[in-house]
Design a protein around this ligand. Sequence first.
Ligand SMILES: Nc1ncnc2c1ncn2[C@@H]1O[C@H](COP(=O)(O)OP(=O)(O)O)[C@@H](O)[C@H]1O
Ligand SMILES: [Mg+2]
Length: 276
Amino acid sequence: MSLLEVAGLRVRPGDGRDLISDLSFTVDAGGRFGLIGESGSGKSLTALTIMGLLPPGMTASGSVTLDVPGMGRTEIVGAGERRLNRLRGRAASVVFQEPLTALDPLMRIGHQVAGPLRRIQGLRGRALREAVTAALEEVRLAEPGRIAKAYPHEISGGQRQRVAIAMAIACRPALLIADEPTTALDVTVQAEVLALLDGLVSAHSMALLFISHDLAVVSGITDHVLILKDGVAVESGAVLDVVNGPRHPYARELVDSARELDAALDGLNATDGGTR
Ligand SMILES: Nc1ncnc2c1ncn2[C@@H]1O[C@H](COP(=O)(O)OP(=O)(O)O)[C@@H](O)[C@H]1O
Ligand SMILES: [Mg+2]
């Protein structure tokens, strides 16, 4: 049984044009699945559908099920808010591109990280304070005491994304959705946050749905990928198969441009003028 099963998913706004058409894929418990596509291809809508967070006026049809040990199997499409709330944070969590969307600007970081720990794990008092510190330490934030007392605008973008990751994984979700988690960060910080996510997903045996426009990034962190174009899956399979033998022209384009970039970077790094 798959942890996440998306079958024949269709998402449309009020006026009827499909933004996602007949999308199907599965993510196994502990598996790592990449969703790739250019801006506007429907990646974030897919993530929002899985979390039951589609914007008002958008409707989903088809089926999205989460099957989590101890929580049973839940159909997300059409589920009520109470049902969805039980799943959020425990069955699935999401880290968005822009960490400020996950953070309340008027609340100290420590209080925000405490939120899911109090609500879902029922922690209070000293146990809660210790869990907040542990959650901040787990995402390698130095000086967790100082960070806990800070407001979001008082820390860096990379630190904010670490906080958002800490909140998302605080209650050990079975599935972590990372929607372009490093796209808004400085280049120097991107690799660090990616390595952090990679390590946390392994350490807690979470499944990962990793979303990006960047094939090189996705292929480094996942083992299966699906390429989305205009809301339609144009190719999917094991990362190596897709990278080595893309069939759809758009998939080929993505692979070629990733290769070109790679070769250009090699050229830049080479001291002997490049050997390939
Ligand atoms: N709230 C919304 N109302 C209407 N259209 C939307 C809304 N959100 C997204 N869309 C449209 O849905 C498509 C997919 O968006 P999205 O999933 O955010 O793309 P991606 O994350 O791949 O960049 C885009 O054409 C976008 O304009
Ligand atoms: Mg998006």
